[in-house]
Design a protein around this ligand. Sequence first.
Ligand SMILES: CC(C)(COP(=O)(O)OP(=O)(O)OC[C@H]1O[C@@H](n2cnc3c(N)ncnc32)[C@H](O)[C@@H]1OP(=O)(O)O)[C@@H](O)C(=O)NCCC(=O)NCCS
Length: 238
Amino acid sequence: MASSAKLPSRLPPTRIDAEGLGSFVVRLVEDRDVQFLVEIHLRQFPDGFYAKLGTAYKKRYFHEYFRSPGAVGLVAEQCDGSGVVGYLMGTVDNDAHERFMYGSAAPALTAAGARALVARPALWRDFLRRRALWYAKRFVSGAARTRRPSREPRRGELLYLCTTQGNRRRGIGAALLRAYVEGAQRARAAGLHLVSERENTAAHEFYAHRGWRVVSESVTRDGRPLVSMALSLGGTST
Ligand SMILES: CC(C)(COP(=O)(O)OP(=O)(O)OC[C@H]1O[C@@H](n2cnc3c(N)ncnc32)[C@H](O)[C@@H]1OP(=O)(O)O)[C@@H](O)C(=O)NCCC(=O)NCCS
């Protein structure tokens, strides 16, 4: 998988001792992790249109995301062999990531999305009424944007961070976040941002304690309120 191949020197595996859990290591995602990550992910984030497209679509999305040259996937894995206890996925270079997702990854993602929709007629109405046109416009403007060289400072987006139930408040989330921020600094990103559900105040506190600041609020196409947070890294690369 590309993220494993491209970043090992930037993100060497880090061994950490967690209270009550023994040691765990933070390392780059590998192909063999994807099935389990999708399972944890859909358990933790079952709502929303993409989750309803099902496991096969999510697996394809994760595979493509981790192949992106602008993205990184990290897992926390227990050293005693009992498995993965958390994961993080995010970009360290949004422009490179968008170029990949709107370019090389687009055919596979579109095909996976179409297959998922064909198998789920209950989603057609929602898709046709609220999303089809929006996706088409977004794709056209995104593809056009990625063809123009960007003059903006490099930025990243933290997409998902999740630790498994029963393994929280042991330092795993903080270790994953630290490794990601270090990776973004090494990629010379000027800043990071994330979007999460407004009701997830525990997560906002977790981020706020690590220097992230709320920058705006918005509402999803389904009417769910969101909060955007940002972390400044002071990178200078464009
Ligand atoms: C948010 C989330 C990722 C945090 O992960 P976590 O592994 O619990 O995080 P940590 O253990 O590193 O830190 C959580 C808190 O526990 C505390 N903690 C860490 N180790 C601890 C220990 N041994 N004993 C008690 N508390 C501890 C940390 O100090 C931290 O508190 P702080 O924010 O006040 O500093 C996790 O709760 C989660 O997966 N939530 C569901 C998914 C989600 O909401 N994701 C974020 C939105 S994308």
